[in-house]
Design a protein around this ligand. Sequence first.
Ligand code: AMP
Ligand code: MG
Length: 318
Amino acid sequence: MALIGQDIAQAKQLLEQGQLVAIPTETVYGLAGNALNPDAVLSIFTAKDRPSFDPLIVHTDSIEKAERWVKYFPTPLKSLAKEVWPGPLTILLPKKELIPDIVTSGLETVGIRIPHHPLTLSLLQSLDFPLAAPSANPFGYISPTQAEHVNQQLGDLIPYILDGGACQVGIESTIVAWENNRLHVLRLGGLSVEVIETLSKQKVVLNLNQSSNPQAPGMLKSHYAPRKPMHIGNIDELIKKYKDKRIGVLSFQRDVPNTTIQRILSPTGDTHEASKNLFRFLRELDQSEAEVLITEFVPEYDLGRAINDRLQRATYSE
Ligand code: AMP
Ligand code: MG
């Protein structure tokens, strides 16, 4: 198992040696390596069993540093970055040669983000290279939101996990790009479309889930998925349908009696609380006695859209 602790100097030393360290962020835990070292980046793909066509997000701690790795930073995106960073927003920008092709799966753009977590920001400040860091889970499985989740699945493959407690946002970053003078959202995530539209004072173009779109490989239909079969729809009807099985329920607000196990995303109906709980609850249900998992869509506003996107990919639709 990996060592778990809060020793930034140790994390820094390992990263400088080209090794991997799991890092806390406000979205989910990342599996980090030196983004400028192709061998370190290759070991991220290997540890996760991640296909090489799925590009990694690069993390840094200031806009000035970000500008070292990109050819230019369109003004509207930079203004948005200034408002939101550190925060759950990844911005696609044209990369300089310095960023190895393996990071971006050969694409001309690189996804950059300043994560909002004190430990990881201190670590990034102490480094003179950025960190490539996808979520610290085996490819396709539920993303980790606590150090222990990382240890359960990747503990034997990495030396150190920087423990920053539970992730406060709980789902991955929103990904945006600037194309044809418009702001495009390529992945829904921890910063809502409503907030982006308010801050940028413009309507965004939603350009989601197009795995055939070479801009966004990795937006796969099945992702973030538990190992147990999970079905989404009307909870009462699904309970009738699977009445002969041990059922685990993930509801938005409502208490559902007489199930083997139940988790309520947010009893008060708060999509931020729901997003913070989502992956932990999915993990708990997946590790429970239940044979079949049942869930429902949450309201399509604020972080609800990103939650529904994750639920859709984790389930079989009825
Ligand atoms: P994550 O697994 O949360 O680190 O997110 C990585 C995802 O970001 C990938 O699966 C892609 O969908 C997206 N991404 C990262 N870099 C790029 C890029 N240069 N162009 C398009 N999408 C990207
Ligand atoms: Mg991931």
